[in-house]
Design a binder for this molecule. Structure first.
Ligand code: BGC
Length: 439
């Protein structure tokens, strides 16, 4: 989630192809390009967005408030909790070699200090199923949601949050560490800063604040804090500390496992004066890029589009631009620039851990993938160590405050029957993955 309008919408409840291909022609780059031999081709999900009935989480609690900022409840989601075997088999059958999924802390530690062996074993089975299918499991230890008890203690605002997270990571790595191919401590810990920085209209920020106040009241606690509603300046220091502690805890449990963090990074383009662009970068990325440098074997780049900034701040989407379902500009060219930026800032190997588009016109998803991958190719040609491309998302799923109306999936899900339908874009992407080549 990276551009202004999409972020705005998150909390409130065809240009490119032609340009890139003509550029490619003029640069003589239309020939077949082979990706490195061990390139990771994958699709991503996140526990709360696909598993269903994550009833012990902070998000579920807020979703069910009388005046919830969420459009609907996550409900059964894609019932991935029960259907992971079929879904992983489907991903493997398509020919993808990597699956990114997250652990749900609220299932693993349903009460403070009480760990569920059954749930740890469940996630072990998810990772083992990947391995049985020749698929690399890439495990995110926290993808936004946290246990309800944690939110009631003030969530990431709580000074004890880092050690609570460290303890959970130390426990969870014992279940999946030997099977995982890579791990991320956090998914997009800079999301709150991004939401706040873009200057949300007061009705949105009021809605967020009221949501948290209502949750605190309903839970009968002084502070209820939850991503992505919390104030960034109240949580960032704890999350940075938590990342460092979690990194060490995961490494201690699985010394050979590559561990990193994934960041939401927009292609921030300065139009004229670059002061605002630089301010945005300083506010959103600098501390996390530094954290990734200090405690990280790789950096996960998550890009959906661009943000143009002039001397006054973020500019509106250009007149007449093609829009995605999220109201964002369709701009897959962004990925090449964010990879370059992230690599220049950290020098770490890069995995694209999310990139995708919300659309019901699947031909646009195909175009999006092609343009984004042309950008990855350009980075590889310039010697940037891009190790993999993991598309968001495997399944149409619960898009946070929007509910189920936005479709990012390579595979459609009929939520009444839970029937999966493979889209043309999945076949297209899978063909690229199997050939390990574009062009
Ligand atoms: C998040 C996902 C989300 C996706 C699309 C990313 O910011 O990690 O959870 O569904 O963007 O908006």
């Amino acid at each position: 989630m990276t551009s202004v309008s999409r972020r705005k919408m998150l909390v409130t409840a065809s240009v490119g192809l032609a340009a890139v291909s003509s550029q490619a022609h003029s640069m003589g780059r239309t020939s077949t390009f082979k990706f490195p031999k061990d390139f990771w081709w994958g699709a991503a999900t996140a526990g709360h967005q696909v598993e269903g009935n994550n009833t012990n989480s902070d998000s579920w609690f807020v979703e069910h408030l009388e005046r919830s900022p969420y459009a609907e409840s996550s409900g059964d989601a894609c019932d991935f909790y029960n259907r992971f075997e079929q879904d992983i088999a489907l991903l493997a059958k398509l020919g993808l070699n990597t699956f990114r999924f997250s652990l749900e802390w609220s299932r693993i530690e349903p009460a403070k200090g009480e760990f569920s062996e059954v749930q740890l074993n469940h996630y072990r089975k998810v990772a083992a199923t990947c391995r049985e299918h020749g698929v690399r499991p890439m495990v995110t230890f926290n993808h936004f949601t946290a246990p309800l008890w944690f939110a009631k203690l003030g969530g990431w605002e709580n000074p004890d949050a880092p050690v609570l997270f460290e303890r959970y990571c130390a426990r969870a790595v014992r279940a999946v560490g030997d099977l995982a191919a890579a791990a991320a401590t956090f998914n997009e810990p800079n999301i709150n800063a991004l939401l706040r920085w873009i200057g949300l209209p007061p009705f949105v920020t009021d809605g967020m604040r009221q949501g948290l106040e209502a949750a605190a009241k309903a839970a009968n606690v002084p502070v209820f804090s939850s991503i992505p509603l919390a104030e960034p300046e109240r949580i960032e220091a704890q999350m940075l500390k938590a990342h460092g502690l979690a990194f060490a805890a995961i490494k201690a449990g699985a010394p050979n496992l590559p561990v990193g963090v994934t960041l939401a990074i927009s292609d921030d383009q300065a139009v004229g004066d670059s002061v605002q662009r630089d301010r945005k970068r300083a506010a959103l990325y600098t501390s996390w890029l530094e954290a990734a440098k200090q405690h990280g074997d790789f950096l996960g780049v998550q890009t959906y589009g661009r943000t143009r900034l002039d001397a006054n701040g973020i500019m509106p989407v250009p007149e007449g631009a093609e829009l995605t379902q999220m109201g964002e500009e369709f701009y897959p060219q962004a990925l090449e620039q964010t990879i370059r930026y992230a690599y220049a800032a950290t020098g770490k190997p890069i995995y694209v851990t999310e990139n995708g588009v919300a659309t019901d016109d699947d031909s646009r998803r195909i175009a999006y993938i092609d343009i984004a991958l042309a950008g990855v190719r350009n980075c590889l040609r310039d010697g940037i160590p891009v190790k993999g491309y993991i598309h968001w998302s495997l399944l149409d799923n619960f898009e946070w405050t929007f509910g189920y109306a936005k479709h990012f999936g390579l595979v459609a899900v009929d939520r009444a029957t839970q029937v999966r339908t493979v889209k043309g874009s999945a076949l297209h992407f899978a063909r690229i993955a199997r050939r390990n080549a574009i062009g």
